[in-house]
Design a protein around this ligand. Structure first.
Ligand SMILES: [Zn+2]
Length: 386
């Protein structure tokens, strides 16, 4: 008797469990939109690297980055034949770089603008003076702003030029100059504060800049260099790595910048040691600067709306009114959904992701983490769950 009761109880419990397991697959109402993730593919943290100037060492830097899977932004000055006295640090004949930059773009890096002629010569001391302002107004011309942009579009195959870097860090704080940069179509401009005073070493930004047209970074990874009496502490790889670890732990954006002419290459050099430390983490998004700023806007401006369940299938509209030439990247949407469900974007089935590292910004895929479903898609699409 007692055994039979236990048995009956067990059977009914199993039936109830089966119902719980089976019911959601039968009801598309089981698909629930949870929210947009902070970073693409629900990454925990982000790594961004920016590289300045058109020296031949840009090629060595790009090769080292590819060796460790780091994605970055190459700020190139586009003057075809700079005067020989300008070629040592900041300029090289840029046509030597274009083939490598084209390959870099194909491989998920970005080329940003660093003016045409890299205007840098001005009195160093008095950034509030009329002379300084006059320098900025005279040098931030269409020729420098649009000329460099157009050369990058022409030579790299990149669809858009998102980023600007201020040559020698000059003029970044002027509203008038920021407006000119925005008018030329750039969505973000990286600064380089106070090299002569050592202010460039660790601005310590760990997220998106509050003013994207005066955007700092986390730290430099380079020896003291340049032509302006630059100061920097001795290279300490443990300290560089510890700063990355701190940002990673907090789930921030770790953005480090380098001048290739101030690096040591090879696996025993400080640069590659640091690259090795930060590379190939499955919960980090490796992405250039422009696309990660574009992503921020995409996430803020994209609306996800449930549509009526046509034929019993859950559907959502993913839309924004952003310019698709600029904001061509994906975003990631989290859902609660049954494990067996397939997701279609505008009728096309999204593949389940198998790659371990997130190192692109415009791919489309799904990824499951137990009962959480992450759908990474470009916006302005209709998602259907079948
Ligand atoms: Zn420069």
């Amino acid at each position: 008797m007692r055994l039979a009761t236990t048995h009956a109880l067990l059977v009914s419990t199993i039936c109830a469990l089966l119902l719980v397991v089976i019911a959601p697959t039968a009801q598309t109402g089981a698909v629930q939109f949870v929210g947009k993730t902070k970073y693409l593919n629900n990454a925990r943290a982000v790594v961004v690297h920016s590289i300045d100037d058109s020296t031949k060492l840009v090629v060595d830097t790009a090769d080292a980055m590819d060796k460790y899977g780091i994605k970055g932004t190459f700020f190139i000055s586009t003057e075809m034949d700079p005067p020989p006295e300008e070629r040592f640090f900041n300029q090289l004949q840029v046509w030597l770089l274009w083939p490598r930059m084209r390959k870099a773009v194909e491989n998920g890096h970005e080329v940003g603008a660093h003016a045409v002629t890299h205007p840098c010569s001005r009195p160093q001391s008095d950034t509030t003076s009329d002379t300084y302002r006059a320098f900025c107004e005279a040098n931030y011309t269409d020729f420098e702003l649009k000329g460099s942009r157009d050369a990058i579009l022409k030579h790299t195959g990149q669809p858009y030029v998102w980023t600007w870097a201020y040559p020698c860090g000059h003029c970044a704080t002027f509203d008038l100059i920021q407006k000119r940069i925005a008018a030329a179509g750039y969505i973000v401009a990286r600064n380089y504060p106070g090299e002569a005073q050592g202010l460039h070493v660790r601005p310590d930004l760990q997220t998106w800049a509050s003013n994207p047209y005066d955007a700092p970074y986390t730290q430099v990874v380079q020896k003291a260099g340049g032509r302006r009496g630059a100061t920097a502490p001795p290279i300490d790889v443990a300290s560089l790595d510890a700063k990355f670890d701190e940002v990673y732990e907090k789930g921030g954006i770790y953005h480090f910048m380098s001048h290739p002419q101030s690096l040591d290459f090879g696996p025993e050099g400080f640069y590659e040691k640091h690259l090795a430390h930060i590379s190939r983490k499955p919960d980090v998004w490796y992405v250039p600067m422009g696309p990660v700023y574009a992503y921020h806007t995409i996430v803020e401006r994209t609306d996800v709306r449930p549509l009526s369940n046509a034929g019993g299938k859950a559907r959502f509209a993913v839309s924004n009114t952003l310019d698709r030439r600029i904001y061509n990247g994906s975003l990631t949407l989290e859902f609660n959904a049954p494990g067996s469900i397939a997701v279609f974007a505008d009728g096309k089935k999204l593949a389940e992701r198998t790659k371990a590292v997130t190192d692109r910004w415009n791919e489309e895929y799904i990824r499951r983490e137990s009962d959480r479903l992450f759908v990474t898609v470009r916006s302005n699409t209709t998602l259907e769950f079948r």
